[in-house]
Design a protein around this ligand. Structure first.
Ligand code: COA
Ligand code: AMP
Length: 634
């Protein structure tokens, strides 16, 4: 690690990306080694390693068994909410994955078919994902905290042949029955899967119907022949992961196989400081991109050990939970969202519980998923005595865009910034006209095309939406949807979304879905949802609702009843993670003359910032009368 190593590596990745990624690709075991690195003949659609063929599951499991890691732990399952733990070696995980791949194959799932996985944080979720990869099926994991309507939208878009789910999830204070949600989602969806495989959990078994199979039954040894790896093209989709945009229709981010494997494998030593045999603990959920990349694929591609943790940072049982996991499994890198640290800080401000555990194995803490505020950064650094590395990325990119490149060179950390661009990403800040702004000036953060391997090649069966959502704002650039600036040293500062996407406790949610749920209530004429700053969850949604004429909301009791119904409706339609608690009943919503609701202006007022009011506002008095409702108290 020498001074200037990052600058040199970064420049190579920019000047000669093909040489850079060809070198990185040698860490992957290819069935057909690619002779070409980047196909740009269909720009702005790019294909990495166009003539390469591989199997990602082979690289995550079989390869390590062949290389002598058969008895090394591949996955520790640690579930304080159910009081269970289990460790799977690489050989054991390979056996289970091959068997479940055989189950899927026998259900008629073949290369290119989709499989939706709707599961809590159990090892079977990882087994199902890898089993899909093994036979070239495309998985689409839906976060367990989403309610039937969100699941139904994803089922309709992905059109899965099979759905893999569980009878229930276990949250600290309640058991969440998944199976009724799944049944309701299938009832609402136009597309119907052939079969559902259900993991029965003792906390709340489910009644199985004609379409359903019991995971334990189909996985009994000897019932199916294990499946071998199916070779796929590097461009073959490994998965679709739906993420929230501004509208209610989620975007199906496509992830390729070859580029993703190369990028993740490269990121392990270079970004996350993980070598084969190390243990990584990513406290997220397999339903999010952080879970896909750094609970499942990257640690296994690297021959490391991953931890699947079914619990929370606090309350399961206390704010020492993460330190215990670090101690019990010898974790060297801990990766979570800033909210988790804010939760720990709130519960245990002096971090007294740290003294109960030996965390000497822990080298570095990584935080991503939302802005890392300097207070939380300082607290985490001072209390743990470990470097705290902020890294910025999105579902679309699949791995970090910006991070301190500690594996290459330990650059100084500047609180409030995820440091510099990661190799392969050419990050710029543009103004409204598409001109690059000087250092320190805020604008839209964009990435010059082509983006590095692992990033989205398109949206599932929707090239047009891919272009209109991400590529049409500035020619030749990918629009991240984040605003911010770059300082003189090349450090990127990500200040927040420039669109109406919400980020609640590191969970990305769409204003459109929440609005659709509210609008479905018979009393609602019109509504708007904005994300307002929250010192714990980063952001929380806030709803402004106009009622239909004739709806009785004249008394505080009637209003209160209505608010409760609306909150409940959002829980049932979007999911409890939406965490909508504040609903204001208002007389009007500020709009432009063309009818666009001024969400950004309202958000600025609610956050106590200077509000930018567009000159095209239809009726200024509507906004003025809302200001006192929106303005932060105290
Ligand atoms: N299945 C079903 N319900 C779920 C769920 C899941 N997988 N995940 C969350 N929920 C529910 C919770 O039970 C809670 O319900 P409640 O309102 O009835 O209590 C609601 O959704 C909100 O959950 P959550 O966002 O977890 O808030 P919380 O207040 O329970 O916990 C934290 C706060 C900080 C502990 C929690 O948000 C956390 O661990 N965040 C880390 C961030 C993270 O992992 N981000 C992922 C991207 S990196
Ligand atoms: P998701 O696609 O769910 O990973 O959410 C991506 C969005 O989360 C980004 O567009 C950012 O708005 C936000 N985000 C993620 N990581 C960071 C970070 N380190 N700093 C600031 N914002 C972040």
């Amino acid at each position: 690690m020498s001074k200037g190593a990052y600058a040199r590596a970064y420049e190579t990745s920019r000047q000669d990306p093909e040489a850079f990624w060809a070198e990185a690709a040698t860490d992957i075991d290819w069935i057909t080694r690619p002779t070409r690195v980047l196909d740009d003949s269909r720009a702005p659609f790019y294909t990495w390693f166009p003539d390469g063929r591989l199997n990602v599951c082979y690289n995550a499991l079989d390869r390590h068994v062949v290389d002598g890691r058969a008895d090394q732990a591949a996955l520790h399952y640690d579930s304080p909410v159910t009081g269970s733990r289990a460790t799977y070696t690489y050989a054991e995980l390979l056996e289970l994955v091959s068997r479940f791949a055989g189950v899927l194959r026998d259900l008629g799932v073949t290369k290119g078919d989709r499989v939706v996985i709707y599961m809590p944080m159990v090892p079977e979720a990882v087994i199902a994902m890898l089993a899909c990869a093994r036979i070239g099926a495309i998985h689409s994991v839906v976060f367990g905290g989403f309610a039937p309507q969100e699941l139904a939208a994803r089922i309709d878009d992905a059109a899965p042949k099979v759905i893999v789910s569980a009878s229930c999830g276990v949250e600290p204070k309640r058991v969440v029955a998944y199976k009724p949600y799944l049944d309701e989602a299938i009832r609402r969806a136009e597309h119907k899967p052939d079969r559902c495989v259900i993991l029965q959990r003792e906390q709340q078994p489910a009644e199985l119907g004609e379409r359903d199979l019991d995971w334990a039954e189909v996985m009994r040894p000897g019932v199916v022949q294990p499946a071998e790896c199916v070779p796929v093209e590097a461009s073959h989709p490994l998965y679709i992961l739906y993420t929230s945009g501004t509208t209610g229709k989620p975007k199906g981010i496509v992830r390729d196989s070859g580029g993703y494997a190369v990028a993740l494998r490269w990121s392990m030593p270079n970004v996350y400081g993980i070598e084969p045999g190390d243990t990584m603990f990513t406290a997220s959920d397999v339903g999010w991109v952080v879970g896909h990349s750094y609970i499942v694929y990257a640690p296994l591609l690297a021959g490391a050990t991953t931890v699947v943790y079914e619990g929370k940072p606090i309350g399961t049982p206390d704010a020492g939970a993460f330190w215990r996991v670090v101690q019990d499994y010898g974790v060297s890198s801990l990766f979570t969202a800033p909210t988790a640290f804010r939760a720990i800080k709130k519960e245990d401000p002096e971090a007294r519980l740290l003294a109960d555990y030996d965390i000497s194995s822990l080298r570095t803490i990584y935080l991503a998923g939302e802005r890392l505020d300097p207070d939380t950064y300082h607290w985490a650094t001072e209390r743990t005595g470990r470097p705290v590395v902020d890294n910025w990325w999105q579902t679309e990119t699949g791995w970090p865009i910006a991070s301190n490149p500690r594996g290459i060179e330990e650059l100084p950390i500047k609180p409030g910034s995820p440091s510099t661009a990661v190799c392969g990403y050419d990050v710029r800040v543009l103004d409204d006209q598409g001109t690059e702004v000087p250092a320190g000036t805020e604008g839209a953060i964009v990435i010059k095309l082509p983006m590095p391997p692992g990033t989205l090649p398109t949206l599932w069966q929707d090239d047009d939406r891919y272009v209109s959502s991400y590529l049409s704002a500035y020619d030749g650039y990918y629009l991240t949807g984040d605003g911010g600036y770059i300082d003189e040293d090349g450090y990127i500062y990500v200040m927040g979304r420039t669109d109406d996407v919400l980020n609640v406790a590191g969970h990305r949610l769409s204003t459109g879905s929440i609005e659709a749920a509210l609008a479905g209530h018979p009393a609602v004429a019109e509504c708007a949802v904005i994300g307002v700053a929250d010192s714990f969850k980063g952001q929380v949604p806030r709803a402004l609702v106009m009622l239909k004429s004739g709806v009785d909301a004249s008394t505080p009791e009637a209003q209160d009843r209505l608010r409760k119904e609306l909150v409940q409706r959002v829980r049932e339609e979007v999911g409890a993670v939406a965490a909508l608690h504040q609903v204001d009943i208002v007389d009007g919503l500020p709009k432009t003359r063309s009818g666009k609701i001024l969400r950004k202006t309202m958000r600025q007022i609610a956050d106590g910032q200077e509000a930018q009011v567009p000159s095209t506002i239809e009726d200024r008095s509507v906004l003025d009368s809302l200001t006192s409702v929106l303005r932060p108290q105290g």
